[in-house]
Design a binder for this molecule. Structure first.
Ligand SMILES: Cc1cc2nc3c(=O)[nH]c(=O)nc-3n(C[C@H](O)[C@H](O)[C@H](O)COP(=O)(O)O)c2cc1C
Length: 174
């Protein structure tokens, strides 16, 4: 179990090219279960997910978002959003961003565990991208797009990077 979990975490990498092969609803549900299992501040779970399968919509996003062109050729994508009225009040409000990031990483790891390829494409806090997602997905007031993940069966293996850096570790004090 530990070895398998470590293997999934260490071998994940971004995949930006997909086969023309569908991903089942059952598999997508498993990935969303993983995303929703993420930790969140005070367990508020201030998130919502838009699963995008419509070809025109995927192509529209791919052409409107230069950073996420690969969305146009993915069989499916998910937009991970923050639901602001579920976020904590006051100074802790922006924890929703970290909550959404935790859900995103869980989603990516689960996708990799299923043999799927996926890539986190950044939306929040870039206003132009936020506007495109809000308009295309018709997000209601108070729902903030955090990121968008095109995913599918990989057309090529991702490039796994060795990021282990002992110099980034400090002991007791900096
Ligand atoms: C906040 C964030 C935003 C990102 N935005 C994009 C993006 O817009 N387009 C893209 O192709 N990759 C994007 N990525 C993926 C990174 O480029 C990728 O994770 C990084 O190069 C490390 O590669 P790896 O995921 O293969 O380990 C983003 C990743 C993060 C965490």
């Amino acid at each position: 179990m530990t070895e398998k979990a470590m293997q999934v975490i260490i071998t994940r990498s971004s995949v930006r090219a997909f086969l023309d092969r569908p991903v089942s609803d059952e598999t997508v549900e498993q990935l969303l279960r993983a995303a929703m299992a993420a930790p969140s501040a005070k367990n508020q779970q201030p998130w919502a997910f838009v699963v995008i399968r419509d070809r025109d919509e995927l192509e529209k996003l791919g052409s409107a978002l230069p950073n996420a062109k690969m969305t146009a050729t993915a069989p499916v994508a998910v937009a991970i959003c923050g639901v602001l009225d579920k976020a904590l009040p006051g100074e802790a409000h922006d924890y929703w961003i970290q909550d959404a990031a935790a859900a995103t990483e869980n989603f990516l790891l689960a996708a990799h565990a299923f043999g799927l390829g996926a890539v986190w494409t950044g939306v929040h806090p870039i206003s132009g991208r936020i506007a495109i997602l809000k308009e295309t997905l018709r997000l209601p007031e108070g729902v903030e797009p955090f990121c968008q993940i095109p995913f599918g069966w990989p057309a090529e293996p991702g490039s796994v990077k060795n990021k282990w850096d002992p110099a980034a570790i400090h002991c007791d004090v900096w």
